[in-house]
Design a binder for this molecule. Sequence first.
Ligand code: FAD
Length: 494
Amino acid sequence: DVVVHWFKCDLRTKDNKSLHLASEKAKEKGVPLIAMYIVSPQDFEAHLTAPVRVDFILRTLEVLKSDLAKLDIPLYVETVEKRKKVPERILELLGEWGASHIFATVEYEVDELRREASLVRACLERGIAMDVVPDTCVVSPGELTSGTGRQYSVYTPWFRAWVAYLHDHPDQLDLFDEPGKNPEGARKKYAKLFESKIPSAPENKKLTEEEKKRFRSMWPPGEHEAHERLEKFCDARIVNYSDHRNFPAKSATSSLSVHLASGTLSSRTCIRTARDRNNTKKLNSGNQGIQTWISEVAWRDFYKHILAHWPYVCMNTPFKPEYTNIDWEYNDEHFKAWCEGRTGYPIVDAAMRQLNHCGYMHNRCRMIVGSFLAKHLLLDWRMGERYFMEHLIDGDFASNNGGWGFSASTGVDPQPYFRIFNPLLQSEKFDANGEYIRKWVPELEGIKGNAIHDPYGRGKGNEAKKKGYPERIVDHKESRDRALSRYKAGIGRE
Ligand code: FAD
């Protein structure tokens, strides 16, 4: 008999509820715990997982494997080409190992929920217990309902309820211990499982040698790194977070999204750690920086609650169905210019180049480029959503879909459609001295003063032209007017 933990989006040993419960169950039964991870190339494909993210996951598995081995727990890793075959293969493995109980963390995307539901049924038929443990969010979907018993669709009242829930249930922030050591003999008995190798990335998700070097130096894998980052952030930057977080040239945010998306860090750990740095146990009181950061981590929960309650957002459908029939433009040139950071709007171009270079983009810039794609270029926001998933190391369906819905005004609790970011004003406000632009758009490095925000208008364009920086591909006023009329005409259209 053995107990199994199936790792998915929870690649850590610390504060991992499902892994903890699996370990406790194994202890109670006096049997070993086996950990498993299934690599499904077709899943990477279906989820548009960025190569940089695949690489991060595979590198993280190495860390996890070695941490678990110290506890005499094998991490068995196998590649199953077709995603449909994953449950079948898991059942075979459970049979081979003689498992009586399997644990896994719940994922709220539709395909994953369906897969787990069928696996739970198939396990039951074979007399195997399966626990799918809610642990992705700080407060699980379904726990918070409005006065009328409905799911909230506006962040502010939802956040109030989220805070109140955690004040009423402080134990929800308690730490789950790491798993205990496997019984003696497990190492010998499961020697083959200890030997299983972590595969390299599937062919279509491989990084080039240059990319490997670049991304690997930026994004060290694993939970130890995540904890170190969290501690450093809480020691030095969290108290100024609310004042500085909107300025992309400052390293004022935590850069923990990659760890939250891969589960190398638990969102519960984030909230608990931030709370313990405050001078109060209240999540909405004390230091402003800490409060604001907690409310940002809560946005991640909010979008997962939306996904769990309105699963149609998973199906290429806007949260607001009345925004389905906006008459988008079809312009490959414009899309290409946006992707490459060659729109002639320096703040937009800097942001897209940061994404392409780092697999990451600052939140303020995500909003700017999102609004620019959907409103200035009037391109279907789903093209941007897709491009982000294909390039982000922190690509997370719920947050990405939510962020795009916000920026394009088609999503839950969005920016109203008539609120169109003016890229010039955004640039002047959030990158006042052009530091971020100069870093990412080297053609503009030599441009002095506030011409950096508008090199052709204010700067007469000589310097920019010489360096090959493009002129604006669309005019701000014209495209703003076009977006307003096109959205107005499209909303509610059958
Ligand atoms: P911090 O400011 O330190 O925030 C801490 C954590 O809170 C983040 O790591 C993240 O997990 C969470 N968080 C913060 N802001 C948000 C938010 N607006 N929505 C949801 N969670 C939030 N975030 C992703 O993790 N994956 C995505 O694929 C993603 N796509 C986005 C697309 C668009 C168009 C927009 C506007 C936002 C998107 N975000 C996404 C949210 C946000 O931009 C990133 O979480 C943030 O920039 C990550 O940097 P950080 O870790 O330094 O964040």
